[in-house]
Design a protein. Structure first.
Length: 318
């Protein structure tokens, strides 16, 4: 197996960098709850292989009208949750939730950088070869396989899996495959947190279409943003954080977490690759397998979606 990386391992230009990502079993659709349960098993298996903790279980909180659908979907899948009033949320987690919240105890956050390193180590141990700084410029079906044109030459393969994030639509178009996604650049803030206990992950439906979130940022305290509010972008054009979004995220986080310092210590960006209805694209086109498990909520599902993409690749390779 050959892995081609456009940049270098650990780069900050895409969607998987940084130290943490929310993990939760809480979703309004039963299919996602079940997929999260499958992924939880996968992350724990990877932890055993890597001999390190990758998923910090701090609990996840949902706040707002959408939480009822989450509660019902989890209950249908046998996942326990607990409704907390404002006093209980403050007493147990130090968070201020004026309308209370829904707690799922198995949620928390994934150590994103360590997860990526563990996945890569697992692949290379199994015989995978990694080539960094090797952009793929075109894909061309060739006989029973596919030819990849790269900046360092061509590669012939029986099957190829494209997980190129915001760059995927342009690359897949060279093979006549249309990927209906829209890349955006999201703004993330980091705040110091006065308390030593790690905070729970929190998603808050402030209004329809407005979903701020926060989670632990190891070594700093708190990471926060406002889901799917960034501008549409060209991933090859460098961009900066949006000041208004940074201010909104920081103000919300400081209001919800009284121990948080209101002034961010760092502001950065992260790319989303948004599909209609935030669905994942896991499909095969002949010898080309497409994996666009993004829309800003795909990281937690990496083990389960990876299994599906591997099965499609084996099917494509015959």
């Amino acid at each position: 197996m050959l892995v081609l990386e456009r940049f270098e391992v650990g780069h900050g230009r895409g969607s998987s960098h940084g130290t943490s990502r929310i993990f939760r079993l809480s979703y309004p659709e039963e299919e996602y709850v079940r997929l999260a349960l499958e992924s939880l098993d996968g992350w724990r298996a990877l932890e055993r292989e890597a001999a390190e903790t990758l998923l910090a279980t701090t609990g996840s909180l949902d706040c707002g009208p959408y939480a009822t659908a989450h509660r019902d979907a989890m209950a249908a899948c046998g996942v326990a949750s607990e409704e907390l009033d404002e006093a209980a949320a403050s007493r147990r987690f130090g968070v201020r939730l004026p309308s209370g919240g829904l707690l799922q105890a198995d949620g928390g956050n994934l150590r994103a950088d360590r997860c990526a390193a563990a996945l890569l180590a697992s692949a290379t141990t199994a015989g995978a070869e990694l080539r960094e700084q090797t952009p793929v410029t075109a894909l061309e079906p060739a006989g029973d396989g596919v030819r990849l044109d790269t900046t360092t030459g061509s590669v012939d393969a029986r099957a190829v899996v494209v997980t190129a994030g915001a760059w995927a639509p342009r690359l897949l178009a060279t093979a006549g495959i249309e990927l209906d996604v829209v890349p955006t650049r999201e703004t993330i803030v980091y705040l110091r947190l006065g308390r030593s206990e790690p905070p729970p992950s929190l998603i808050h439906q402030v209004s329809p279409g407005r979903m701020p979130y926060a989670l632990e940022a190891p070594g700093i305290g708190l990471k926060a943003g406002v889901h799917q509010t960034g501008p549409v972008i060209d991933p090859d054009v460098d961009g900066q954080p949006e000041p208004a979004l940074a201010e909104e995220a920081a103000a919300w986080a400081a209001a919800r977490f009284p121990d948080a310092e209101p002034e961010p210590v760092n502001v950065e960006t992260c790319l989303y690759t948004n599909a209609p209805a935030d669905r994942f694209v896991l499909e095969r086109h002949g010898s080309i397998v497409v994996g666009s498990a993004c829309s800003g909520h795909g990281f937690k599902f990496a083990p389960a979606n990876g299994e599906r993409l591997a099965a499609l690749a084996l099917e494509a390779a015959g």
